[in-house]
Design a protein around this ligand. Structure first.
Ligand code: UD1
Length: 428
């Protein structure tokens, strides 16, 4: 078993380069199924969710070659419908995009009920509502979702009950090759939805309105392959911005789109952190005392739910009471118990966490209970007095490319190590 060890209290400095966006890469990788051709996807993050997605595509019959560490050549001509392997798909949320992509291309689809981070119940009723509106019969069978349009999907008007990222993407995919026009109302507006639309349009699709609440998709019979570069990861960028603020450091975070970071930047400014936006980088200077704040997570352009844990770690380092209101998921506060081991004082009541900031944290042995929770533990460990050990780091590796290497290069005292066998046995 591997763990991360951090000797806290070191300042960061220099530049940290952000990789491609996980939540854009996953839908675009599965969208290559629609091209029935060769696509070259650049700026892929080197993370296990991407490796697993490529493995799923391979198992489905695609030919996948890595041209370099971040560029994949994918030929989806010979994909066979319904062959996404259960083990890999059920462990990853993004694998549900197989459903929308297969429905578009084959008129039917079959993939495992998706897993991913545990934030309480994560229903897919809005995806199913969309598929049904496009003419599919949808059923579950032994852990699989099975859809059948008995022919080509038919364009329809779909109103989403909430701005679901996954449902918006899945319906966009399913509608791409449908007969006629589909309109998604109350669509999510995340930058990765725009990135997916740009990719599909480059392949010959006809999608307008991505990035607004109304997306129109005119069905197209054939798409074709393209070369396409994924946008930078706004959550990875936000995580490093908060790491700089938490360690009172001066860091330039490069390869970013500052517009995507506006809500995070605004909250950091409110906390007294200096943030300067350049064309493709942000410079964070965390020298001032941190002021407590109130944050509510919301769909984009609101403050991202995927920054909730990292922001909470920073709130612990301000003196005074901060509030984190989770506006997207049922239960995203499992990590607060881990922060408590580091001396944090956090009370959770439903979707609200009240953080009594003490201005400091202490090193401890903690777990990454999910992906972004893991990032929060790293931030807390960087700022804490003493040594922090973070276990279950596979969650972190699902979504952060070389987090340890990037932070070590910026001056952190951080490393990965193998936990000695005796320690694992004792813990069990
Ligand atoms: C995606 C991201 C995740 C991010 C989230 C919100 C991926 C692989 N995951 O997750 O990192 O935290 O967007 O930005 O891209 N809901 C329903 N029914 C549905 C669909 C969603 O009730 O059919 C609810 C969810 O339970 C949640 C809210 O809607 O409370 C938003 O979920 P959604 O935007 O769909 O998130 P995911 O696509 O699962």
């Amino acid at each position: 078993m591997e763990r991360i060890v951090i000797n806290g209290g070191r300042k960061l400095g220099g530049k940290i380069r952000v990789s491609g966006a996980k939540n854009a890469a996953l839908p675009i990788l599965f969208a290559t199924i629609l091209a029935e051709d060769v696509c070259i996807i650049e700026n892929l993050p080197e993370i296990s969710d991407v490796t697993d997605s490529l493995e799923i595509l391979r198992a489905m019959g695609a030919s996948v070659t890595m041209l370099d560490l971040t560029t994949a050549k994918i030929d989806t001509t010979h994909i066979v419908c319904g062959t996404a392997p259960y083990e890999l798909s059920s462990a990853m949320r993004g694998s549900y995009y197989v459903l929308g992509a297969e429905l578009s291309r084959f008129g039917k689809a079959r993939s495992a009920i998706p897993g991913g981070c545990d934030f309480g119940v994560r229903p897919i009723d809005q995806h199913i509502k969309g598929f049904t509106a496009l003419g599919a019969d949808v059923a579950t069978d032994n852990g699989y979702v099975v859809c059948d349009c008995h022919g080509r999907p038919k364009g329809a008007g779909i109103y989403l009950d909430m701005e679901s990222v996954g449902a918006t993407i899945n319906i966009m995919l399913a509608a791409c090759k449908a007969e006629g026009q589909t309109v998604i109302d109350n669509a999510a507006r995340e930058p990765h939805i725009v990135d997916l639309a740009n990719f599909l349009n480059a392949c010959g699709a006809d999608i307008s309105g991505a990035g607004t609440s109304v997306i129109k998709i005119k069905g197209t019979k054939r798409l074709h392959g393209v070369t396409y570069a994924i946008i930078p990861d706004m959550i990875e960028a936000g995580t490093y911005m908060i790491a700089a603020a938490a360690t009172k450091s001066h860091v330039e975070i490069t390869n970013v789109i500052p517009k995507h970071l506006e809500s995070v930047t605004a909250k950091l400014l409110e906390m007294g952190v200096d943030v300067v936006e350049n064309d493709e980088s942000v410079v964070v200077d965390g020298d001032n005392e941190l002021t407590p704040v109130r944050v509510k997570t919301l769909p984009y352009p609101g403050f991202p739910t995927d920054m909730n844990p990292q922001m909470c770690a920073l709130m612990c380092l301000a003196q005074g009471t901060s509030y984190m209101n989770e506006g997207v998921f049922e239960n995203r506060f499992r990590y607060t118990g881990e922060l408590a081991k580091m001396g944090a004082s956090i009370k959770v009541d439903g979707k609200m966490a009240v953080i009594e900031g003490l201005g400091k944290l202490q090193g401890a042995c903690v777990r990454a209970v999910d992906l972004r929770a893991g990032a929060a533990m790293v931030i807390a460990g960087l700022a804490a007095e003493g040594v922090t050990y973070i276990e279950d780091i596979r969650h972190i590796e699902r979504g952060y490319e070389d987090l340890v290497g990037k932070l070590a290069n910026a001056g952190a005292d951080i490393r990965r190590e193998t936990v000695p066998e005796e320690a694992v046995q004792k813990a069990n």
